[in-house]
Ligand binder design. Structure first.
Ligand code: BV8
Ligand code: ZN
Length: 244
């Protein structure tokens, strides 16, 4: 796999870098992306229908079970070479920020030290009333498990459509974008806001934008370097070409 000399030169001298990842980086780990149709008993639902406070209000058990099913589904899933390449890439720059839209915990599992999780994490569960993190809960429970402090119903600690992003994470992401010389957009269709705006904010600050994605996206025509293909193949090859 060869890369433009200009990109290689640029990365060799870059100091501050930010990367935003989406479901595409987990696709080679066997996780379907949001674009893919739901599988199994969830086929009749669209993620946007279930990942919302309204859906949880109307039918907490259905939403709880969907997330319990997703936690179960990722038990056997492991990071892929793309996740590991991002762990290595972080050491090549004086300042590297990894921002993810994914809730699958695979960046942490791969060893990325600080991951800015814009949309939360499937492995975390909190109380829908008092917000306290739940240490453990019984997934087999036939209802929705309750908070041990206040008895409120538990919910996944993820950001639903219509919910605001956690303030600290969003501020860290905006800070990283403000300062970066290079911004990677990896495995994301750039359809969900405000995450999708980060690339444009970086571009407006004069950062070079590198897109690594299986197919073109609305961002593609605005980037400096568009690398189309699988992130699990491109990222390790890029690491090798620049710092090999
Ligand atoms: C908010 C956690 C303020 C839950 C997620 C109308 C117009 C515009 C915006 C809105 C609107 N109405 C509402 C909004 C805002 C809304 C939004 O953006 N909606 C969209 C659908 C239009 N956003 C919100 O609500 C956000 N909050 O705005 O707060 C507010 C407050 C009150 C009222 C209004 C606003 C909250 C958004 C967070 C939602 N939570 N996840 C869960 O997971 O269950 S979003 C979820 O979907 C993911 O986290 C991710 O962000 C998104 C999926 O996107 P991608 O990751 O990009 O995945 P996708 O499948 O789309 O693309 C994958 C790409 O990878 C593809 O391009 C594919 O080609 C590529 N690929 C595949 N394989 C590979 C690959 N690339 C490389 N290698 C491969 N192997
Ligand atoms: Zn509680």
């Amino acid at each position: 796999m060869n890369f433009p000399d200009e990109l290689i030169r640029f990365l060799r001298k870059a100091e501050r870098v930010a990367a935003l990842t989406g479901a595409g980086v987990s696709q080679e780990s066997g996780l379907r992306t949001f674009r893919d149709a739901q599988t199994g008993l969830w086929t009749q639902y669209k993620p946007t229908e279930l990942a919302s406070p309204e859906a949880y209000e109307n039918n907490p058990k259905l939403v709880w079970d969907w997330y319990a099913w997703r936690r179960e589904a990722i038990k056997g899933v492991r990071p892929n070479p793309g996740h590991y390449a991002l762990v290595d890439m972080a050491h090549q720059f004086s300042d590297f920020s990894l921002i993810t839209q994914n809730v699958d915990n695979l960046h942490r599992m791969a060893g990325s030290p600080d991951v800015i999780e814009l949309h939360g994490n499937l492995q975390r569960v909190k109380c829908s009333s008092c917000g306290q993190q739940a240490k453990d809960w019984d997934d087999a429970d036939d209802g929705v498990p309750q908070c041990e402090s206040c008895g409120g119903l538990l919910r996944p600690d993820v950001v639903w459509f219509g919910e605001s992003l956690p303030r600290t994470e969003l501020e860290s992401a905006v800070e990283a974008v403000r300062a970066c010389h290079v911004f990677f957009s990896i495995g994301t269709s750039g359809t969900v806001q405000p995450a999708a705006s980060l690339a444009y904010a970086a571009r407006n600050r004069g950062a070079a934008i590198v897109e690594i994605n299986a197919e073109p996206t609305p961002l593609t025509e605005k980037v400096d370097f568009a690398l189309h293909g699988k992130s699990g193949e491109i990222l390790p090859a890029l690491l090798d070409a620049v710092w090999g």
